[in-house]
Design a protein around this ligand. Structure first.
Ligand SMILES: [Zn+2]
Length: 455
């Protein structure tokens, strides 16, 4: 995908090099670039992307935290926004998610929606269609302000991932200005500035601590009856996994691909029909008393290339499992955990920072603490922008969200299941392959009442 754009870029870079010398000016105020509309095709069973270009020219040769992309605005007519995954691809090939399958099941349209790092209405995945106003995108705009040359072709990449509705992009535009990443979430501690990081209370290792944030699952869960034409007997749910530990959750591979014990190529389909797996290692950072950052690497789960619609990236295996458990009524109104009614397989996820904990909202409230920069010593340590094969992760104080409408985010309610009270359990790292500060908080469970099954 990216490579196709890359050779377009070679030509653009050359021509803009000359344009820049002709128009080199002191850019003190915002610069805007607009594009007219385009059609958004419906999903028709094959993976494809509508890519809408926008040409940027006359800007400084470098965008970073002092001048860069500050805002992206768009307007889309589409009667089911949860079908849509929308990304922004920059000239150097870096892309971020602006919004991915948001708007719950029936949300319609993006009405003059803008994305910026400190969007006043909060994260787009916590917003409601038609998303009028400014939102924080699902990815981080600061990843695009990475020192690259902004002059050239940018693309809005729109994927419709469910059949039934097509749409129209009425416009999209980019705004470049000074201080483009306000509230980009960094607390000062970074790989480059370990002197600003703090030692863990538990020893020198800066371990991650993964938890499932109740906010997302409790607000995005939906039951479907057995005769639903699209989702028969599904209990769809969102899961968002935050890292509330002392150090980043980071995994990487060394291009060691396997079918069982046989060394193979990354594209191999194994004899059992599954894709080849890459051996992964978890990188555990340590901070010494004199603030030197070192690391050790330990074997962990594998990863593989997931080519399902809306994914097309690398997933870490056995990341999470969810279960539906019957609640049994006891005397005096007490309830007790009964049998497991339905269980997902061990689901694989791609790890990246889709949002950042922030004390101004309640998204990262966990066990009565509202996490953010003030409560996490090494807030911001990490920086994982996409689901690559060789490195993925979740930064300290970031979270990785799988929305309710994503592929695979459901439990199958067996036919004949009765209405009533159940528990939903979400267990992280069910095979215990990840080193964490606290393994005791990896299970989120909350009650749910089924109403659309057998009486
Ligand atoms: Zn995925």
């Amino acid at each position: 995908m990216k490579y196709r754009f890359m050779h377009l870029l070679v030509f653009n870079r050359l021509s803009f090099f000359f344009v820049f010398f002709l128009s080199n000016q002191n850019l003190t105020h915002a610069q805007y670039f607009n594009t007219p509309g385009a059609k958004i095709r419906d999903f028709e069973g094959v993976f494809r992307i509508d890519s809408i270009p926008i040409t940027v020219s006359g800007l400084p040769l470098k965008i970073d935290s002092s001048f860069g992309l500050a805002k992206v605005c768009l307007n889309i007519d589409h009667l089911r926004t949860s079908d849509l995954k929308i990304e922004l691809l920059s000239p150097d090939g870096t892309s971020i998610w602006l919004t991915n399958r948001n708007g719950s099941e029936s949300g319609q349209n993006y009405m003059n929606t803008c994305f910026r790092s400190n969007g006043f209405n909060g994260y787009v995945h916590t917003g409601k269609a038609p998303f009028a106003g400014e939102f924080i995108p699902d990815g981080r705009i600061s990843f695009l302000n990475n020192g690259q040359n902004p002059n050239g072709k940018w693309y809005l990449l729109v994927q419709d991932l469910a059949a039934g509705e097509k749409g129209v992009l009425n416009y999209f535009n980019l705004e470049f200005s000074a201080s483009p990443n306000p509230n980009s979430g960094l607390g000062g501690c970074s790989f480059e500035t370990p002197a600003l990081c703090r030692l863990a209370e538990t020893g020198s290792a800066l371990l991650p601590d993964l938890v499932t944030l109740p906010f997302f699952t409790e607000s995005q869960i939906k039951e479907y009856p057995q005769d639903d034409p699209n989702y028969p007997g599904h209990l769809k749910l969102a899961i968002s996994i935050a890292n509330l530990g002392d150090g980043p959750m980071e995994v990487f591979g060394l291009h060691e691909w396997r079918c069982a014990d046989t060394i193979v190529d990354s594209t191999t389909i194994c004899p059992d029909g599954k894709k080849a797996r890459q051996i992964l290692y978890q990188r555990i950072y340590s901070l010494s008393e004199n603030k030197k950052l070192t690391f050790t690497d330990v074997a962990t789960n594998s990863n593989y290339y997931d080519d399902k619609p809306g994914h097309n990236h690398y997933h870490v295996d056995d990341w999470v499992e969810f279960r539906l458990v019957k609640l049994k009524k006891r005397r005096k109104g007490k309830v007790k955990r009964g049998p497991v009614v339905s269980q997902s397989s061990k689901i694989s996820y791609c790890l990246f920072d889709s949002g950042i904990c922030n004390e101004n909202d309640n998204v990262c409230r966990f066990e009565n603490i509202n996490y953010g920069a003030g409560s996490l010593a090494n807030y911001g340590l990490g920086g994982y922008s996409s689901c690559q094969s060789n490195k993925q992760g979740i930064s300290v104080g970031a979270y990785d969200t799988y929305g309710m409408m994503y592929e695979g985010q459901f439990l199958t309610i067996p036919k004949g299941t009765r209405n009533g009270d159940y528990l939903v359990e979400v267990e992280l790292d069910p095979l215990n392959k990840v080193a964490e500060k606290n393994k005791a908080n990896n299970l989120l469970s909350f009650p749910v009442t089924l109403r659309k099954q057998m009486p």
